[in-house]
Design a protein around this ligand. Structure first.
Ligand code: CA
Ligand code: CA
Ligand code: CA
Ligand code: CA
Length: 514
């Protein structure tokens, strides 16, 4: 849009404290050791997005929202503002700021361009609930994330929700997508259409908003990504119960789109989990120079009457055809544990990483932990799930809909919110992609290209893969010889390679009391 609203971006420096919480624990003694990114304001903080500077993998910027006021009787009546933070030491220490502008701001995402500029999109609502003046604000930082200046308003003055942004790292083109629900009728999701606007001038201006979803593919939670040849993909959930998962595609920089969307999968298969059917799906493309360059990966949650799982599928023909989905979470299928908020990334060696929220811990009360899983064979199989949060925490109000991690410099930076302090705060864990738990035993110690496929056992500690890739155990001892090291084996004296713990009491099914 050409018209610009006055919008004072008074960024108030609230903290320059670092929140490294290593507490003297040496690497290798205790892993993971999370770092808190958000200031401890006592307010819920969530919906995280993280971007790494392509020129400096130690330099990352995170964005999220903070609920500063809400009606406990009606949590939908709330006021949110944006917080952001930057690190220049790979996530050991962070500095944070927030926007003090009095404007409701939500659903943020951040990307970096190849010159090290960072761009944020966020929905802006001057008068909540949804009245006049709704826009998607684009903010740009040219100083590495210390300050942001608003460069554009995107979108129509209509009911808009769930914006997300992607970037072509070669050209710097910015793709912003969102849900349009008509004129000031936010709750009419049955009419939700997916809209797009593009900037070809580094955020200074955007093309007029246009609808890209066909009439038979209404949706929610759109998310864009860009492939190595500039191909643009957008994924979203079908509006009605999140059943189908749609893919749209442009091969000319966002100018023309498919007339009819591809269907990646049927995501929500049961009526019992409707609330989970709306959560954000995610896409990533292999941009490496490896054999799977251009392969497209999608992750989403699949609701069934019994549980909610994370699914991963891939396409080698730009989304025309998709693999059968594989289940990412590896806990006992019958445990009923929910999994949510998945995100997929492909690193510069073609390894595929998925981060997600997980409720497998906690038999009596739902306890939330952050996990990751890696595929080294192009999405055919996944290695053991690794817990990256340094504990499991209660599920609290305002947990958000997504957590977007980043990769850079052979490290994955997981980011999420959890309520370890009684309300949601934002945490990170930097993960070495060759040796997750930094115990000196590589994930792929036999160097055959696959993690955890030839795991150490029988006393071996060399030329074999870490048998507890998420738990430091340099000795690799494995008393029962089931290829799961004693340090992470939930039943260390009875073989149970699958580690299933259906009743979620921390003791494997194989040695639960009969
Ligand atoms: Ca191996
Ligand atoms: Ca280990
Ligand atoms: Ca074992
Ligand atoms: Ca058990």
């Amino acid at each position: 849009m050409s018209h610009r609203r006055t919008f004072s971006l008074v960024a108030c420096l609230v903290t320059v404290l670092a929140f490294a919480n290593n507490l003297g624990q040496g690497a290798g003694d205790t892993w993971p050791a999370n770092v808190q990114v958000s200031e401890n304001t006592g307010n819920p903080q969530s919906e995280t997005s993280l971007a790494a500077d392509p020129n400096d993998p130690l330099h990352l910027v995170a964005i999220w929202w903070e609920v500063i006021q809400y009606d406990p009787q009606d949590p939908g009546m709330r006021q949110k503002r944006l917080n952001w933070a930057w690190t220049r030491d790979g996530g050991l220490t962070w500095q944070s700021r927030r926007f003090e502008n009095g404007i409701y701001s939500s659903d943020p995402a951040i990307v970096a361009d190849r010159d090290g500029n960072f761009y944020i999109e966020t929905i802006l609502v001057p008068h909540f609930p949804y009245q006049d003046g709704v826009s998607i604000g684009i903010l740009k930082s040219t100083d590495g994330g210390e300050t942001f200046v608003k460069t554009a308003d995107v979108g129509l003055d209509r009911s808009m929700d769930k914006p997300f942004m992607g970037i072509d790292p070669v050209t710097g083109a910015l793709y912003v997508v969102w849900v349009d629900s008509g004129e000031k009728s936010f709750r009419l999701r049955h009419s939700s259409r997916i809209y797009l606007a593009v900037s070809y001038d580094h955020g200074a201006s955007f093309t007029p908003p246009r609808q890209i979803s066909a009439t038979d593919s209404p949706g929610f939670f759109p998310m864009p990504t860009v492939g190595p040849d500039g191909e643009v993909y957008v994924i979203w959930h079908e509006t009605e119960n999140g059943r189908k998962l749609f893919l749209d595609r442009s091969l000319d920089g966002g100018r023309t789109w498919l007339q009819h969307e591809m269907v990646i999968a049927v995501a929500n298969q049961g009526p019992a989990q409707q609330g989970f059917g709306f959560y954000q799906p995610s896409l990533a493309v292999d941009r490496s120079s490896g054999p799977r360059r251009g392969r497209l990966y999608a992750v989403w949650i699949r609701g069934t009457p019994d549980t909610v799982d994370i699914q991963l599928a891939w396409s080698d023909d730009r989304g025309d055809r998709w693999s059968d989905p594989v289940r990412v979470d590896d806990d006992a299928p019958a445990s009923g544990a929910y999994h949510s908020r998945p995100w997929v990334l492909v690193d510069d060696r073609g390894r595929v990483h998925v981060t997600f929220n997980d409720y497998r811990l906690g038999a009596d009360v739902p306890l939330k932990a952050e996990y990751m899983a890696t595929s080294t064979d192009g999405g055919m199989t996944l290695g053991p799930n690794i817990r990256v949060s340094d504990g499991a925490y209660p599920n609290m109000i305002f947990g958000g809909d997504y957590d977007q991690p980043a990769v850079g410099g052979n490290r994955l930076h997981a980011i999420w919110s959890d309520a370890r302090s009684g309300h949601n705060d934002v945490f990170t864990q930097s993960v070495d992609l060759d040796d997750f738990d930094e115990d000196g035993i590589l994930n792929d110690g036999d160097l055959d290209g696959q993690y955890a496929d030839h795991r150490c056992t029988g006393g071996a500690t060399a030329h074999c893969d870490d048998n507890c890739p998420g738990t430091p155990n340099a000795d690799q001892s494995d008393a029962d010889g089931d290829l799961v090291g004693d340090a992470c084996d939930n039943c260390p004296e009875a073989p149970n390679t699958n580690q299933f713990d259906t009743d979620r009491d921390g003791i494997g099914d194989a040695c639960d009391a009969a």
